[in-house]
Design a protein around this ligand. Sequence first.
Ligand code: SF4
Length: 396
Amino acid sequence: MASFSVQFLGCKVSHTDAQALRERLLRDGHDERAGVADVAVLNTCCVTHEAVRKSRSATMRAARTHSRVYVTGCAANLGGGELAGLPANVTVVGGSGEEATRVVAGDVGAIGCVGADVRLERTRAFVKIQDGCSFGCRFCVIPLVRGGTRSRRVEAVLSEIRRRVAQGHREVVLTGINLGLFRDREAGWTLPQLIRAAGATPGLARLRLSSIEINHVDQALVSALRETPAVARHLHVPLQSGDDGVLRAMGRRYTLATYLRRLEPLADLNLTTDVIVGFPGEDECAFRNTLAAVERAGITKAHVFPYSPRPGTATAAADPVPPEVKKERSARLRAASVVACRERWREKVGREDVVLVDRPGRGYGDDYSPWLVEAPVGALVAVRGASVTEEGILAA
Ligand code: SF4
């Protein structure tokens, strides 16, 4: 039996891949341990230059405290020498999440305790329904490292959701690289049908989508979100830029007008987004269009990513916006996002909500607004907003 730890960097798909690997090692009878262990597995991210740098630093740290380190995930599939020169006890394992799990588990060695029921510590379960992406955003390395879209079968997804609920998870997040590409051709199902069926799982309190491209926000999806009571009142819809010229240069498949129009029927939800700042061709005017678009769409939290060219992409050779300009624009957008979040939180003062407590003293309301609340981790508690702090809404 080996002792091990699994960490992930990056998105919720990286989280689900790390979770699958962790479950496999536990089922094989290995002993999970925080801090020093025999084996460390790092499921990495390569979506920006900064993400690769962090993945590399985490690997170097792990190599000092573990006998063996396995590097899996997106950065492991990147090639091009970004993970070159790692210590001798580090093995880079490429391939899909499933392939990497097989390789690492085989290497660490399956020993005893097969079939143990693994209870994950999180109150929120991330269930992968789809992987890869068949869009071709010109800046994005994800299709290169994860391949084109492929979906899990409906029955496999629904059965995992039932298992997570039986384990005690109250909330399930449907997770994928590009969720709207989910298809079970044999069942004839797309995402809206899956949402309705998943939301009807007995015992499930909340269903959430990790994110959705605006191209997939159509009438069928809006109806499924509206007519499934378990669906949370939150939607994460990447904008990337609010300037049509930059959107075109990015190879995104919509204009700002389309983005705004498609979100109109969901305007009461808590809308969050991703924005790339400092993309080639983004001048001050284009950036102001993005600032205005975030406000017009009623977005609260904007996850801001300063542009960094990724190897192998169409824009790999272009990075004309100076770092200090990216930094300054990022700070302006983040500041606007803080203001928008606070406004939404203030609306909750004096009102009731239901919070899923996911850490001591903290949790999230139905629309994914953060609350400060004293209740046991895992509890769903009715709260009333007393005031707003820097970190969220204080429950009375
Ligand atoms: S939709 Fe675009 S940004 Fe998102 S994973 Fe696919 S190619 Fe990348």
